[in-house]
Design a protein around this ligand. Sequence first.
Ligand code: F6R
Length: 240
Amino acid sequence: AEVIIVPDAPTAGSIVADELVRLIRRRPDAVLGLATGSSPLPVYDALRERIEGVDVSRVRGFALDEYVGLDAAHPESYRSVITREVVEPLGLDPRLIRTPDGSLDGIATAGEEYEAAIAEAGGIDAQILGIGTDGHIGFNEPGSSFASRTRVKTLTRQTREDNARFFESIDDVPMHCITQGLGTILRARSLVLLAFGEGKADAVAGAIEGPVSASLPGSAIQLHEHVTVVVDEAAASRLR
Ligand code: F6R
């Protein structure tokens, strides 16, 4: 991986947003892989400042994951988050932006349908990733197969604790999610992983310097030939 250590998150956002704008200019129907959570927010903020005058009407997008059993209209569903943080501020066409179907009705077929939709779009050009303190990417928790495709997973206690900040209490954080698999993520043409803060330092070091192991799913990025990791000093602090 190419590792870029930046002084702060806004700098990371600018670097990645510049890259994405170049991609969209070159390929107006570019397919973006969209992460939620805090880490990509500086990218979306920086994109907003750069997107004026860029034709985004054909940009397509696939979210990494979604909670299972949370109403799509719930403000913390990833559908809502992607709409609020990405689609509306950037003026993307909501019909071209997909999130996995986390509804209980859809769950039996949602993974397969999502994979088919990604394939039909011709694959993801640039997949934006954060990393969990337990080393997950997407919601591929420790033990996830490197060959996995979009499917339902159980969130770890640690992930639910980490994400409780978006809910009233940890009891409101769903137990399950539907997430692109590690195999799905590895098929994207390029990966960009963002991480900020001391809390991510172990996960970042494990992901980049590895051993490549299912017990640290982020280490799967070592198997990809085009990865950029953008981290602040604190998140980089355990790198050798
Ligand atoms: C979000 C996702 C997760 C987060 C990770 C880090 O779509 O798939 O892997 O990227 O949990 O979350 P933050 O950025 O909030 O620390």
